[in-house]
Design a protein around this ligand. Structure first.
Ligand code: S3P
Length: 174
């Protein structure tokens, strides 16, 4: 099984993804890290040097490469499901889980990590909140195509496993 965690920046995909992978005995993969390794550059430098469209193409290529691996938990980038037919690819390759969070929570979580995220770098608190509100509205039609949607506030791995078991009857190592 391949499990894709999707959702806005700051929704907890990486933190929860690592914990989920450990609990299931799956390999954890961070999609942004894979892209950085492929291009030997940070995401910020990829955006600055080659532009967002190059990053989106890499993102899609990396997504397709998961076809050859099994038992993965993948933390995707916040924009991944919203380009090409990426959400369809994810749902064909496995199960996607949307970690839902509101703009206020996301803005609070993101205010100290803006430098590593080119789309929100340099924004004031108010600008950050407005950007998140608009982008989230634009992206939700894609996020809402996930196999499973879960509220990300106070979410634990145990909660995710419960929902997964209900929907997919997954074997767990616990
Ligand atoms: C992006 C989210 C980032 C990263 C890139 C673009 C987005 O990933 O892929 O900066 O478009 O929302 P995280 O969601 O892991 O921060």
């Amino acid at each position: 099984m391949r499990i894709f965690l999707i959702g806005f920046m700051g929704s907890g995909k990486t933190t929860l993804g690592k914990q989920l992978a450990k609990k299931l005995g799956y390999q954890f993969v961070d999609q942004d890290t894979l892209i950085e390794e492929r291009l030997k550059m940070s995401v910020g430098d990829i955006f600055a040097t080659y532009g967002e469209s190059c990053f989106r193409t890499e993102e899609r290529d990396v997504l397709l490469s998961f076809e050859t691996s099994i038992n993965l938990v993948i933390s995707t980038g916040g924009g991944t499901p919203c380009f090409f037919d990426n959400i369809g690819i994810m749902n064909n390759l496995g199960c996607s889980i949307y970690l839902k969070a509101d703009p206020k929570t996301l803005a609070n979580r993101l205010k100290n990590s803006q430098n590593t995220r080119p789309l929100i770098r340099g924004k004031s608190k108010q600008e950050l909140f407005e950007y998140i509100s608009e982008k989230l509205f634009e992206r939700e039609p894609f996020y809402n195509q996930a196999t499973i949607s879960i509220q990300a506030i106070n979410l634990t791995v145990a909660d995710i496993i419960l929902v997964l078991n209900e929907s997919l009857k997954l074997p767990s190592k616990t």
